[in-house]
Design a protein around this ligand. Sequence first.
Ligand SMILES: [Cu+2]
Length: 255
Amino acid sequence: MVMKRSGLLVFAALCIALLSVGVFGLSSKAARASWHGRARAASQNTGTISGKVLFSGTALKRAALDMRSDPVCAGQHSETVLAEDGEVNDNGTLPNAFVYIAEVPGKYKAPSTPVTLDQTGCMYVPHVLGIMAGQPLRIVSHDATTHNVHFMSKNNRQWNQSQQPGTPAMTHRFFHPDIMVRAHCNDHPWMSAYIGVTSNPFYAVTGDDGTFTIKGLPPGEYTVTTWTATFGTQEQKVTVSAGETAEANFTFTHQ
Ligand SMILES: [Cu+2]
C-alpha cells in the first residue's frame, strides 16, 4: 500500500516536471517570437511615399536653343537641342519635377557627399537637382569654353563664378532651404538649371518615367509639394504609416 502510494507520488512528480518543461519551452518560444516581432518593427518604423507626376493635355512646343554665339557650344551638337522646360515624357508624365516635403519633424544632418552639377555640351546636367542645406555642391565643366555659374538664390547669397576650361571643380554650399535656386550662365543665356535646397533628405526628382519614391519617413501626415518649371506647383496631404507605401499622384496641365 505504502509502495503504491509512493509510486503514485513519483508519477505525479514526473508529470509536473514534464508539464513545466513543456510550459517553459512554450514560453521561451513565445519570447523568441516577440523579440523577432520587435526587431521587425524597428526596421519597419518608417514609411514611403511614391507616385507619378502626370501631364494632361497637349504638350507645349519647346523652343530650340540657339547656341550660335559660341561655336564651341554649337559644335558639340549635331542635332537641334530643345529647351528642357515643358518637356513631357512619352508615357504622359513629367521629367524634372521636384517633389519634396518642406516640414518634417526632427533635425537632419546634411551629408558630406557632394552633389554634382555638370556643364557638358553647354548644358547643365542634371537640369533639376536636390541638395540639403549645407551639403557641398560640386560644379564641374567638360566644355572647352568658359562658363559663368550664377546662382540666383532667394534665401541664400547670390553666387557668381567664372570657370575656365580644364580648371578644377568648384564647390559651393547653400545654407538655407530655397525652392528653387535658378542657376544660369552669364556667357550662355540658354543654360539653366534649378536646385531645390531642402532641410531634410526627403525629396526626389522625376526622370523619364515620371515616378518618384521618398523613403524613410517617420509615420505622420505630410504636405508633399511638387514643383515644375513650367506647369506650376501642387501640394497634397499624405499620411504615412510605418512599414507601408502611401501613393501620391500629381496631374499638371497648361496654366
Ligand atoms: Cu556657359
